[in-house]
Design a protein around this ligand. Structure first.
Ligand SMILES: *Cc1c(COP(=O)(O)O)cnc(C)c1O
Length: 409
C-alpha cells in the first residue's frame, strides 16, 4: 500500500478472452498476466452511485489504472479522491471533467498551488493548523475552498489500520474546526476507519466522534465524509452486505447536528476496484507445499507478503480432481521476504508448469507492481468472466466457491 510506486501494467492492446484458462491456452505466458474485468468495476461503481446515500469519490491510490478510471467515469463516478500531485495530473489528463478532491492531509505548497490554479481542485483535507495555513497561502487566500478536517478515529474494526498516521484528536479538533470555518466556503469533517472494515459499526462509532467534534466546536458543517474502508471479499473475510454499511451510515448522518443542506460523501477505494483484476502466474518450482511462482512481494502480491493478506486462487488448465491442500508461495526475486504464507488452497498435485489464477487483486494489487530485481513486467488483458468473488452479485455464499474464496466462519 505504498502510493506512488511505479505501475507496470504493460500497454498490450486489450484483446478480450472468455477467462484465464483461455488466456493460458492461447499464450502460455512466460510472465504474469494481469486480467481486467471492466464489467465488474462498472457494476461496483453503479452500485455505489445508486445506493450510497450521498456522493462517492473513488480513492485513486487503490488502483490508478487509466483504463479503470474510464470505466468508473462511464459508470457515473464523477468525483475522485487524489493523494499526490501525480495523481491529480493523471486523473485530470484521463478525465478532463472529473471533480478532484485532494484528500492527503500532508501536501507540499507547490502541489496545492498547482492543484488549485492549474487543475481546478477546490477540495482539500487537513489535520493541523500548519496545513491550513499552507492551503490558504498556496491558494492566495482563495474564497471558494471546501476544506475537510480529518478526524482521528479508531481502526478497531478494520483489517488494515489507518489510525495512527493522520487525523486530529477529538481533544484538539475544536480550535482547528473553528479556524478552518473562518476561511472555508464549505467546511467538512472526514475520517478513515481503516481499510477492509468488517462491520458497519466502525462507521457508527466514528460518527459518534464526529458528533462530539461538532458539538465541541459549535460550527456549521457542510460535508460529512466517511472516507474509505468499504470491504471486499477474501478468504477468511466475508463482510456483511454493503447495504448494511450504507444504512448504518445514513442513519448516523441523519442524526448529526449539521446544516440542513449538508452533503454526505464517501471515498471507496478497495470496494470499487478489488474485483477489477486477477492475475495469472506460473509455478516454476515446487518444494513440499511451497510453490515458487513468478510474481510476489515486489509485484501484485505485495499485501500477501507484507501483511499476510489471503487472496483466492485456482489452478488453471485440465480439470483437477485431487483434493485441495494448503500452499505457501515464494515470489521470483532473490529476497527472502518475497514469501507469501497464505495459506493458498490448491490441488494436492499442483506442479511446475501449472498456471494459477490469483483473484481479487484489483485493489492495492495490480497497482503495486514494481520492477525490482528485473521482475515486474505484466501485460494486461481483458476477460469477460466473473471475478472469483463479488459483493455485487448477490451470490456470495455460492458453495462451489466457498472453500477457496470465503471461509464461512
Ligand atoms: C486509502 C484511502 C481511501 C480508500 O480506502 P479503502 O479502504 O481502499 O476504501 C480513502 N480515503 C483516503 C483518505 C485514503 O487514504
Amino acid at each position: 500500500m505504498l502510493p506512488g510506486r511505479k505501475a507496470y501494467w504493460g500497454s498490450l492492446e486489450l484483446h478480450s478472452y472468455p477467462d484465464a484458462s483461455a488466456v493460458v491456452r492461447a499464450l502460455s505466458p512466460d510472465e504474469p498476466v494481469i486480467l481486467n474485468r471492466p464489467h465488474a468495476a462498472a457494476r461496483a461503481a453503479r452500485f455505489f452511485v445508486e445506493k450510497f446515500p450521498g456522493k462517492s469519490l473513488y480513492a485513486v491510490k487503490a488502483n490508478p489504472s487509466p483504463d479503470l478510471l474510464q470505466v468508473l467515469w462511464a459508470s457515473g463516478v464523477t468525483h475522485y479522491d487524489v493523494a499526490s500531485i501525480a495523481e491529480v495530473r493523471l486523473v485530470r489528463a484521463t478525465l478532463p471533467e472529473a471533480t478532484l478532491c485532494f484528500m492527503h492531509p500532508v501536501k507540499t505548497r507547490a502541489a496545492i498551488a498547482e492543484a488549485y490554479a492549474v487543475h481546478g481542485v477546490r477540495t482539500f483535507s487537513l489535520d493541523c493548523r500548519e496545513e491550513l495555513d499552507k492551503i490558504v497561502t498556496a491558494t492566495d487566500g482563495a474564497e471558494d475552498l471546501a476544506l475537510c478536517v480529518r478526524l482521528r478515529v479508531s481502526s478497531d474494526y478494520s483489517e488494515l489500520s489507518l489510525a495512527s498516521k493522520f487525523g486530529v484528536d477529538l481533544a484538539n479538533a475544536a480550535p482547528l474546526l473553528q479556524a478552518t470555518r473562518q476561511v472555508a466556503d464549505s467546511l467538512g469533517i472526514c475520517f478513515h476507519v481503516g481499510s477492509q472494515a468488517m462491520t458497519p459499526f466502525a462507521y457508527v462509532q466514528a460518527m459518534e466522534r464526529v458528533r462530539a467534534a461538532i458539538v465541541d466546536a459549535s460550527v456549521t458543517v457542510d460535508i460529512i465524509d466517511v472516507g474509505g474502508g468499504f470491504p471486499s471479499i477474501y478468504p477468511g473475510m466475508e463482510p456483511p452486505p454493503l447495504e448494511d454499511y450504507f444504512g448504518a451510515i445514513y442513519r448516523a448522518a441523519e442524526s448529526l447536528p449539521v446544516s440542513y443542506s449538508s452533503e454526505l460523501w464517501c471515498e471507496p477505494g478497495r470496494a470499487l476496484c478489488a474485483e477489477y483484476n486477477s492475475m495469472v502466474v506460473r509455478v516454476e518450482r515446487r518444494r513440499g507445499n511451497e510453490l515458487y511462482i513468478n510474481d510476489g512481494a515486489y509485484g501484485a502480491l505485495y499485501d500477501a507478503a507484507h501483511v499476510g493478506w489471503r487472496f483466492p486462487v485456482r489452478c488453471l488448465g485440465d480439470e483437477r480432481d485431487s483434493a485441495l491442500e494448503s500452499f505457501a508461495f515464494y515470489g521470483p526475486t532473490c529476497d527472502d521476504a518475497d514469501y507469501m504464507e497464505g495459506p493458498f488452497m490448491l490441488p494436492a498435485d499442483v506442479q511446475p508448469g501449472d498456471y494459477i489464477e490469483v483473484g481479487m487483486l484489483g485493489a492495492y494489487g495490480a497497482a503495486m507492481k514494481t520492477a525490482f530485481n528485473g521482475f515486474g513486467q505484466a501485460h494486461a488483458l481483458e476477460t469477460s468472466d466473473e471475478p472469483m468473488a463479488s459483493q455485487y452479485r448477490g451470490d456470495r455464499r455460492d458453495p462451489r466457491h466457498s472453500d477457496n474464496v470465503v471461509s464461512l466462519r
